[in-house]
Design a protein around this ligand. Structure first.
Ligand code: COA
Length: 336
């Protein structure tokens, strides 16, 4: 956990997002597995999600590049204006090179630094705090933070894999952070947590060696595995806990934050948090019904939607919050 005084201001100067065209509705899933629209909507709030282009050999990089291009346009910046690209993802197109390197090449960013960070669904939230410090500490003037995942590549759309497969969708979002002479904007407080003892609650076994001691079933290989009830219990406790922790670090009360930009994992979890903190619907946007759980793409996608709707204004306070595999959970509270 961290709270700090800032020597230089850091501003979020642009945002962008990208959703694939292809839709996968609950009705489509009914044809692939033993499930129902009613079951999915009641438990998760999800109606449809998006799937990456099957013919694209680099779907994660392509989506990430599209989101970053939009963010650069929003900021009025050229790709060559960037100092560094940090990309949060748990679904790179291949183990190496990093998705961020492909994004830099696709956009023509030159030879700037580029690297990936994997903290699953918490990845974007962790990374935006790190990016802030790189600017506030004087190393860079501008850093792009991309959150992108194409986790549907790891979903088993059969009755065997239905527990996890119904939840996920593909998406990307990106924010551009830039140094400013105004010391007011920037990170107010942040928290990052992990608990590797919970690794088996949500994971993608890659190579049979990782699953033989769990449950030797070939169908699990390279497909996302989830203990839904365990993850649900983890999320309903840690999600409000990390909001409280970050508010306490900042010395703020819940109504003093203008937007809670939350990882979209389950509509019920979001609604429970909203009620617990007494927040109006306008302060905690829910888009999971349209896109599902988009992992590291989730928070920047919500932020970009808010910005496009004219809800994001200078001087506001915005808290990004996420939880996910690892297990990981965290928050990043910003003064815009
Ligand atoms: N369609 C229909 N039935 C399904 C199903 C599906 N897609 N997936 C599971 N079921 C069945 C189960 O087999 C089980 O049947 P049984 O009672 O005959 O054994 C029954 O539905 C209940 O399963 P359960 O896993 O107990 O459901 P649940 O009420 O816990 O809801 C989740 C499942 C996944 C919606 C819920 O646990 C959840 O949201 N967990 C958190 C997930 C999450 O947020 N993950 C991402 C974190 S970043």
């Amino acid at each position: 956990m961290t709270t700090r005084s800032r020597p230089a201001g850091v501003q979020i100067v642009g945002s962008g997002s990208a959703l694939p065209e292809r839709r996968l509705t609950n009705a489509d899933l009914e044809k692939l597995m033993d499930t129902s629209d009613e079951w999915i909507v009641q438990r998760t709030g999800i109606h449809e999600r998006r799937l990456h282009d099957k013919n694209d050999p680099y779907p994660t990089s392509s989506l990430g590049a599209k989101a970053l291009r939009a963010a650069l346009d929003d900021a009025g910046m050229a790709p060559t204006d960037l100092g560094l690209i940090l990309c949060a993802t748990m679904t790179p197109d291949s183990p190496t090179p990093a998705v961020s390197c492909r994004i830099a090449a696709q956009l023509g960013c030159g030879t700037i630094g580029a690297m990936d960070i994997n903290a699953a669904c918490s990845g974007f939230v962790f990374t935006i705090s790190l990016a802030h410090e790189l600017i506030a500490g004087g190393l860079y003037d501008s850093v792009a933070v991309v959150g992108v995942d194409t986790v549907t590549r790891h979903c088993d759309y059969s009755t065997f894999g239905r527990g996890a497969a119904i939840l996920f969708g593909d998406a990307a979002g990106a924010l551009i952070l830039r140094k400013t002479d105004d010391p007011a904007p920037g990170l107010i407080a942040q928290a990052m947590h992990s608990d590797g003892d919970g690794a088996r609650a949500l994971y993608i076994p890659s190579g049979m060696s990782q699953i033989v001691d769990a449950q030797p079933d070939e169908r699990m290989n390279d497909k996302i595995q989830m203990n839904g009830q365990k993850v649900f219990k983890f999320a309903v406790s840690k999600f409000p806990e990390v909001i409280e922790e970050t508010l306490a670090l900042a010395g703020l009360a819940p109504p003093e934050v203008d937007h809670y930009v939350c990882h979209q994992a389950n509509a019920r979890i979001l609604e429970a948090a909203r009620e617990r903190f007494g927040l109006p619907e306008s302060k905690l946007r829910v888009n999971i019904h349209r896109v599902g759980n988009t992992v590291a793409g989730s928070c920047p996608l919500v932020f970009d939607e808010l910005k496009k709707d004219g809800q994001i204004k200078p001087g506001q306070k915005v808290m990004f919050i996420a939880f996910g595999a690892g297990l990981t959970w965290g928050a990043s509270l910003w003064q815009l």
